[in-house]
Structures are given as C-alpha cells and as structure tokens.
Design a protein around this ligand. Structure first.
Ligand SMILES: *Cc1c(COP(=O)(O)O)cnc(C)c1O
Ligand SMILES: [Zn+2]
Length: 397
C-alpha cells in the first residue's frame, strides 16, 4: 500500500491504540472502537503559496494530508467543486455573504465521491476483491462507481425507499445491488448478514471504515482556499450518518494545526424533523443520541435513525460553537425550490435541509448580520427531480 510520508497509521478514537493501516482497516483490535487516520503534522510541509501554485483540479491536490498518494488514488477528479456566491440568499437570511459549496458537481452528483475515492483506494491497495456497504442511496452509487473503476466487486444494500437514480446507477456501474424491503435499518441487517457470510468482503460502511470522512475533510480545505483563506463564520451541513460534519471538523482542526488558519468555523448540523437524533441530543445537552424509533422524512439521505458517529458530531459542533437545527419536510422542499429560483443552483432534498436550517437559524436570531455563511449542497437536485416536482404539483403548479 503506497501511503503518504506523514501518514502515521490508524488510531483508535476510544482507547488511543495506534495500529498499522496494513493490518487493520476497520475496528480497534483492542477495544472495538473506531479508527482514525493520524499524521505527523510536523512533517507536513505545506503552505498557502504551495497550494496556490497547484491546479484546483481534485481533492488529491491535498495528498500530503491524505493517507495515500495521488498516483495510487482511485479517482475521477472528485472535489474541486465551485463555491458559489449567493447574494439573494444573503439578503433573505440577513447576513453578509452566503455561499453554496456545490458538491452536486462531483461525478456521481454528491459529496459521497470524496470518501468513496479514499475508501476504495484503501480497499484496492490492501488487496480486497470485494467491497460492501449499506447505504441510503448516494453512498452506494458512489462506491459502485469507484469500485468499478478499480475492478472490485461492490455489494450494495439499499432500502426500497432509496431513489430511482441510485438504484439505476448502481446497476449501471456493475454493482451487485440488493434492494431490501423496509427502511435503512433493514438494509443494515441484510448487509451484516452478507458480511458475516463472506470473510473476504471489505466493509465500506460509513461508521466502520476510517477513510470515508478522511475524504470528506477536503471540503473544508477547499472552502477556505476558495475564500482566500478567510474562515467562514458558519458552515451548515445536512447530516445523516455524520461523515460529512466529522470530516469538516477534522479538516478545520488540521488546517489550524498546520498554521494555515487561526479560527474554526461554527459548524451546524441540519437534519429533518422526521429523523433528527443529533439535533435532539444537542438540544437536550447530551453527549450521545437516542435512536429514532420511527424515522420518516422525504430526505432519504438523512433518514439514519442511529448514527454511529453522533458523539463525534456533537463534540465537533460544541467545540466550534456551532449548533444543530431540524426543519419539517415541507419547509425543506420549499427551500430547495427557493434556492433554485433565487440562485439557479439545484439542491437534492436531503441537502436542502441545510438551506432550510439556515433560514430557521436566521429566524431564531442566530446571526448578527455580517457573517459569511457557507451552505454545503451535498447533492445535485437532478438526482431527485421527481420529488421536487411532486412538491410543486401538490401546490397545483
Ligand atoms: C449522505 C448524504 C448526506 C448526509 O451526510 P452524512 O455524511 O451521512 O452525514 C446529506 N446529503 C446528501 C445528498 C447525501 O448524499
Ligand atoms: Zn481501542
């Protein structure tokens, strides 16, 4: 496995044990805790000028801060997505600037491509022939795409509720698609059975591989470079499993550690009221969530009732003085339509929860008026254009 110079292996987030990335890639052998990529930050020689000299072409321009070299990466040039100024939204929210980080421009149309690239690279370099994961949809599509590119078989478990585009494209990428009746927990159950029956499957489940949020952290690197090294006051990210927000927090902490920035942005989690375990835990001042018994939201990517990373998410939003906000499905759909009409940008409903959450924060008086607010558009609107269209048809449009 071709690792980068400063990559120092995987560390257990619970007991601190450091394990060799060649030997373990999922759980701590001592305590079963999650593993995290660690680096010798002193050995990383990177500054603003060096980055400015590199083309803004993919997340692998930050390879020193990733476990694997650019040459060894399974990549479709994911990342390097635009950060689009939205003055209309700034006016409506009553803040200085609003920018949309448009992750819909990735090859499979979502931010999932970043983590899929790093995690499939890890699987391929460790000699795996098969990867497997349960997914609400977009993660499965992304992994199927990158696994296909690397010549690996992808076993994808999707709930029947996942979107048509996801199911179609898992097939198109040659993945082994398992559509499981019921909701996400049923897909997880079927995935766990599959994994138990196949010793040689390499799990790419979000809470198990350390490599998906490792890719997700590059979203933060790009945002500050695109803002010419100004740290945004607020970043609002739609949150299901928590991979995206854990990545943003890690990216911000690393850039500060490296002396590239001084401050951290306030990180805000946005969820849908029909499945908001992290928002509830935040509001109740708890360090962990209670699983949602009957999750139900049109935001399929946010319908994760039992997010394994919740304690890390809660720690990140508290440490950065951020917060958590949930809005109702009709408001989320309305926000997607409003953003499309005001800015020309298309948000998948699950991502529009972040726009809707930003409006809710504004209404609650969370903003002083001069902030720079970044909303992460985790996915392209055309992946679920049918959902947005039916919302309008419900209003007689
Ligand atoms: C996966 C996904 C999310 C949720 O992100 P997490 O990293 O699981 O918290 C939000 N929006 C879209 C479009 C997604 O695909
Ligand atoms: Zn451990």
């Amino acid at each position: 496995m071709e690792t980068t110079d400063a990559f120092a292996g995987l560390e257990c987030v619970d007991c601190g044990a450091v394990v060799d990335a060649f030997e373990e890639s999922h759980r701590c052998p001592d305590c079963g805790g999650s593993l995290e990529s660690t680096y010798e930050y002193d050995a990383i020689d990177i500054d603003r000028e060096a980055l400015a000299d590199r083309p803004f072409d993919s997340q692998w321009r930050y390879a020193e801060l990733l476990p694997f070299s650019r040459e060894s990466a399974v990549s479709t040039s994911e990342g390097a997505t635009p950060l689009v100024e939205c003055p209309q939204l700034a006016d409506e929210l009553g803040v200085g600037r609003v920018l949309l980080k448009d992750e819909g421009r990735n090859s499979t149309g979502t931010s999932k491509d970043r983590g899929a690239s790093v995690a499939v690279t890890a699987a391929a370099r460790s000699g795996a022939t098969d990867v497997a994961l349960p997914s609400t949809g977009n993660g499965g599509q992304a992994v199927a795409a990158y696994a296909g590119r690397a010549g690996l078989d992808a076993h994808v478990y999707l709930p029947s509720r996942s979107g048509f585009t996801n199911k179609a494209m898992v097939n198109v990428h040659g993945g082994d698609m398992n559509v499981v009746g019921g909701r996400f927990d049923a897909a997880v159950g079927a995935f766990e059975e599959g994994l138990a029956e196949h010793d040689d499957w390499y799990s790419l489940r979000a809470s198990e591989t350390p490599y998906r949020h490792e890719g997700a952290k590059t979203v933060f690197y790009e945002i500050v470079e695109q803002l010419e090294w100004a740290v945004p006051d607020v970043i609002v990210s739609p949150t299901g499993a928590g991979t995206g927000i854990v990545g943003l927090a890690k990216g911000a902490t690393e850039f500060r550690e490296l002396g590239l920035i001084d401050d951290l942005p306030a990180l805000y989690v946005a969820q849908a009221s029909g499945c908001a375990p992290i928002v509830t835990a935040f509001d109740d001042d708890r360090d962990d969530h209670d699983p949602v018994e009957h999750p139900d939201t049109i935001c399929g990517e946010l319908e994760i009732p039992d997010p394994g990373a919740s304690s890390r998410v809660l720690e990140a939003i508290r440490r950065t003085d951020g917060g958590a906000v949930a809005t109702d499905d009709p408001d989320v759909l309305e926000a997607a339509v409003r953003v499309a009409q005001a800015t020309g940008l298309e948000m998948i409903p699950s991502a529009a929860a972040a726009a809707s959450g930003a409006w809710e924060l504004a209404e609650r008086g969370a903003f002083a008026g001069d902030e720079t607010v970044v909303i992460v558009n985790t996915g392209a609107g055309n992946k679920e254009a049918d959902v947005l269209r039916s919302h309008l048809m419900g209003q007689g449009v």
